[in-house]
Design a protein around this ligand. Structure first.
Ligand code: ADP
Ligand code: MG
Length: 339
């Protein structure tokens, strides 16, 4: 048998990074969450070659103080929680302190950031986990993070990526989810040099949906506002006559996070039973707000699957809220066949 060794720091770091950074879209997700946590009201994300060659995010959030900037890139370094006790009431999207460390270990990263207190901006570079130095720079309060050449030092990972266009589409989906879950923030997405969408940031879900999913989709959406007990469901759904050929326009969020969830999907589709042709699917942007202790969002850092403590309560809440939206007078020509 071979000798058992403790891996060197660099190798251990690369393995850990693989848990968080699977593809450009996972980098985009982490950077968007950081900008949202920093209180930004305007966020621009640009992707070049599907985000593999470059992902850049510009925000007008708090900025990072120059003296802490290298700390932000240390694994398990975070400004968002201080102790295990804080894990029970997390009110930010991030808290693991792993994203920047992971990204910087598998890419070439440049950060330009300035806080309200600083006179100058600070430019910090780190590549393959090795800090490259700091120099003064200029920019308004906020942060610009540029991630170049993702997986340049991990060829095995690079091989698992799909074509640029597919990776770009995953990045686009990630920005779309951020924009839908935060209508109060103006998101701009630039893909291969061309602006794809910009949300107004006026706080209205309908305007965010209009900006990212288009006029045709947004036109006749029905408002949802209901639920059951501790579960509150809000959002917008398509009227039965405008149902679609695929599930591509169903987007679910739990406590502000985008999730993939079969229970919510089944409840949504069941509520449309009897109003829709077979093989058609409703479109929906549904937000579930619920007590944090009844949902486990920690199944995996980079995954969007979640677990509910009481599946049937969630099903019931979504079903009721959607059913009510569909049967409310003025909701269109929807009539249920009673069985
Ligand atoms: P986490 O988000 O879990 O705290 P990250 O590795 O994503 O961990 O970020 C580390 C720290 O860097 C954050 O806690 C935050 O203090 C700081 N930070 C990262 N991105 C930004 C940003 N865009 N604006 C302000 N601060 C940021
Ligand atoms: Mg983070």
């Amino acid at each position: 048998m071979a000798e058992i060794r403790v891996l060197d720091k660099h190798t251990a770091e690369l393995i850990a990074a693989g848990e968080v950074v699977e593809r450009p879209a996972s980098v985009a997700k982490e950077l968007l969450e950081n900008a949202i946590d920093a209180g930004a009201t305007q966020i621009t994300l640009s992707a070049t070659r599907g985000g593999i060659a470059q992902l850049q995010i510009v925000d007008n959030g708090s900025g990072i103080e120059a003296e802490y900037i290298d700390k932000a890139f240390i694994r398990h370094a975070t400004s968002k929680i201080a102790s295990a006790e804080d894990l029970n009431h997390i009110h930010t999207l991030g808290f693991r302190g792993e994203a920047l460390a992971s990204i910087a270990s598998v890419a070439k990263v440049e950060v330009l950031t300035r806080t309200e207190q600083d006179e100058y901006a600070c430019c910090y570079r780190i590549a393959g986990g090795e800090p490259q130095g700091t120099e003064p720079g200029a920019r308004p309060v906020g942060t610009t993070i540029t991630v170049n050449e993702l997986f340049y030092n991990t060829p095995a990972r690079m091989k698992f990526l799909k074509k640029d266009a597919s990776e770009g589409t995953y990045v686009a989906e990630t920005v779309l989810h951020a924009a839908l879950s935060h209508p109060e923030i103006s998101f701009r997405f630039i893909r291969e040099g061309k602006q794809q969408f910009m949300t107004p940031g006026d706080g209205e879900l309908r305007s965010a949906v209009y900006a990212v999913m288009g006029r045709e989709f947004a036109r006749d959406l029905l408002p949802v506002d209901g639920g059951n007990g501790v579960y509150r469901i809000t959002g917008l759904i398509t009227p039965p006559r405008a149902c679609r050929a695929s599930r591509g326009t169903q987007h679910f969020f739990v406590n502000g996070r985008y999730v993939k969830n079969r229970t919510m999907m089944a409840a949504l589709e069941n509520a449309y039973k009897g109003t829709m042709m077979q093989g058609k699917f409703p479109g929906a942007v549904l937000m579930l707000e619920m007590p944090a202790d009844l949902v486990d969002v920690n199944v995996h850092p980079a995954k969007t699957e979640i677990r509910f403590a009481r599946e049937s309560d969630v099903f019931d809440a979504v079903y009721r809220a959607v059913r009510t939206a569909l049967t409310t007078p003025g909701s269109g020509e929807c009539r249920f066949e009673m069985s």
